[in-house]
Design a binder for this molecule. Structure first.
Ligand SMILES: O=C(O)COP(=O)(O)O
Ligand SMILES: [Mg+2]
Length: 228
């Protein structure tokens, strides 16, 4: 196997890549819906709504239970009123049922030890990202953590990746994006960097291979073959 020898830094997605967070996202979504007098939804439905940050998750949930279109102005108003409730509930649930995927901690430690600079580039709001990382003992591994609200634009926009390139003075060939969603692969392609797609996460029920990352891995530890 040829190593990708130019890579110096790696940007990791969080939800569906490092952490299986849907059980808590679903619990918070349902607590919010019930508070609003709507019926709760299945975890499988919530899983299919994850990928574009907390606000879009709630927008999709409210659209589903109210049968209003996602761009209906009335839904927008409802969403604005509901977001503080969701943020409260998710803050309460954060790590109750979420789990690290197998191999994540050891592989990240090995990559860091090998000298790679590691970053988190997630669409999850920053305020939840940092406590979640420390709850799983991952906080010391990353030199940069970017949430979905850290910059003006989130994935699939390349902005967070371009930010890393600039901040770390890296050439495009030196940064790798690893994630479970087409938003990760689209952001990488738009930033002109390499990417690896993971098959076990959340991608709206679609095969990540259809987004054409440079490699597809079934287990987190499988990324090592390109790097170590
Ligand atoms: O919060 C989301 O919707 C997705 O988060 P992620 O970018 O870490 O997968
Ligand atoms: Mg993800």
């Amino acid at each position: 196997m040829m190593k990708w020898s130019k890579i110096r830094a790696i940007a990791f997605d969080l939800d569906g890549t490092l952490i299986d967070s849907v059980p808590d996202l679903a619990a918070a979504t349902n607590a919010t819906l019930v508070q609003r007098q709507y019926p709760p939804v299945t975890e499988a439905l919530v899983l299919s709504w994850v990928g574009n940050g907390a606000q879009v998750l709630m927008q999709r949930a409210l659209s589903y239970v109210s049968a209003m279109a996602e761009d209906d102005p009335e839904l927008q108003l409802l969403l604005e009123q509901t977001m503080p409730q969701f943020m409260h509930h998710y803050g309460e649930h954060l790590q109750k049922h979420s789990r690290l995927y197998p191999g994540v901690l050891v592989t990240l430690q090995q990559l860091k030890q090998a000298g790679f600079k590691l970053a988190i580039v997630t669409n999850k709001p920053y305020r939840f990202t940092v406590p979640l990382l420390s709850a799983f003992g991952l906080d010391g591994l990353f030199c940069e953590v970017l949430g979905g609200d850290s910059l003006a634009k989130m994935k699939p926009d390349p902005m967070p990746l371009q930010h890393l390139l600039e901040q770390w003075q890296l050439d495009e060939s030196q940064l790798l994006m690893i994630g479970d969603s087409k938003n990760d692969i689209l952001a990488a392609k738009a930033a002109n960097i390499m990417s690896i797609g993971l098959t076990y996460g959340y991608n709206y029920g679609e095969d990540i291979a259809l987004s054409h990352p440079h490699a597809v891995c079934e287990n987190f530890a499988d990324i090592e073959q390109y790097l170590l």
